[in-house]
Design a protein. Structure first.
Length: 362
């Protein structure tokens, strides 16, 4: 795609709402964007699979994955005063939630504006000001004064999803996107862009893009998509938490504008070392900056895909600052480098090369 089209693509995916279990809006956009690039099917979990146009069904299969969901909230109950008691979907830090503007999707499919209510400091005791807030004590105010008003007039009740109310913008002077849900909407956009780059390629492999659901609550969708695709090789796009604002330079392994991150390990996943090194060598050959990362936290769809049949798998991370909050930063240059690398890896893949990643003999 041309650069402006890439910018609009990332913005569109960022603006789409899709908490775990409620990915329909993201999947609808993905299906629209993949039209003409392959056949897309969607299951009852809202996993989407796009088989690339030109697949033969007789060649090794590469699964190109990203997850559709992002952290969100869910209505648990309505309090007598009309405020919403909620639970988290995915890993939030409680101190990042108060005063956040949100949109609640009601039972009619309409969006209702609200705010995570906080007690004014005028009414706080000295001890209350020192306390760390808990999600159980938080509420969302949608401008009502009674339980009946929230339920009957606004049609909000148990089970309605809640999303950060943030509109993505691109800042050309910095070459940066500022918006929500880059974990992992930037990866969802990368699936589309990579398919676009491969549209005229004569490949030796079949490729299936999987937009997997419910990653933020346990990699659930990827366990399903891996079984459906049954890949011989897998590449996972992930919006990875950047560490460049708090780690010393020598320890920083996921840097904004530092190129894609190749993840060697996290708490769920260890990359196939032969495929990982091939990816690093390819990046150097075609002049793409990259980092490699060994993480002591986190988890990725690559784990669920690997657990199915042991297919060699790598994760190409696109650095994102301040993940799992309402406001994120990510760089256009990192998005472009990550998709260029993935397309190059797929274009160079052959059955013999895939087999070499499982070789144990010298």
């Amino acid at each position: 795609m041309e650069e402006q089209a890439q910018i609009e693509l990332v913005k569109a995916f960022s603006n789409a709402h899709g908490a775990p279990g409620f990915e329909r809006e993201v999947v609808k956009l993905f299906k629209q964007q993949m039209a003409g690039r392959g056949d897309t099917t969607v299951d009852g979990m809202f996993n989407a699979l796009t088989a690339r146009a030109g697949n033969t069904g007789k060649r090794p299969v590469i699964q190109l994955d990203a997850h559709a969901d992002s952290v969100g909230l869910l209505v648990q109950a309505i309090r007598p005063n009309g405020l919403i008691k909620f639970v988290t979907l995915g890993g939030w830090v409680p101190t990042n939630i108060p005063a956040m503007k949100v949109q609640v999707r009601n039972q009619l499919g309409e969006y209702v504006t609200g705010v995570v209510a906080t007690k004014p400091p005028h009414f706080m005791t000295a001890e209350e000001r020192k306390q760390v807030p808990t999600v159980a004590d938080m509420s969302i105010d949608v401008g009502t004064s009674s339980r009946e008003e929230t339920i009957n007039q606004l049609h909000i009740n148990t089970g309605c999803p809640i999303f950060p109310a943030v509109e993505c913008e691109y800042l050309p002077n910095q070459g940066m996107f500022f918006g929500k849900d880059f974990d992992n909407r930037v990866g969802a956009a990368a699936l589309v862009e990579t398919f676009d780059q491969l549209s005229q390629a004569d490949l030796a492999v079949d490729v299936v893009a999987s937009l997997s659901a419910q990653e933020e609550v346990g990699l659930r969708g990827a366990y399903v998509t891996a079984r459906k695709v049954n890949p011989d090789l897998a590449i996972v796009f992930e919006g990875c938490p950047a560490d460049d604002t708090f780690e010393p330079e020598w320890l920083s392994q996921t840097r904004v504008k530092g190129g894609p991150m190749l993840r060697d390990m996290d708490t769920s996943f260890i990359a196939n070392p032969l495929f990982e090194q091939f990816a690093a060598d390819t990046a150097e050959r075609i002049g793409i900056p990259y980092t490699r990362a060994v993480r002591t936290g986190g988890g990725v769809d690559g784990a669920a895909i690997t657990y199915w049949q042991g297919a060699p798998t790598i994760v190409i991370g696109i650095p994102v600052r301040y993940e799992h909050t309402a406001f994120n930063w990510t760089a256009l240059s990192d998005f472009q480098a990550a998709t260029k690398l993935a397309a190059a890896l797929i274009a160079d893949m052959t059955p013999e090369r895939i087999a070499s990643f499982t070789q144990v003999d010298d």
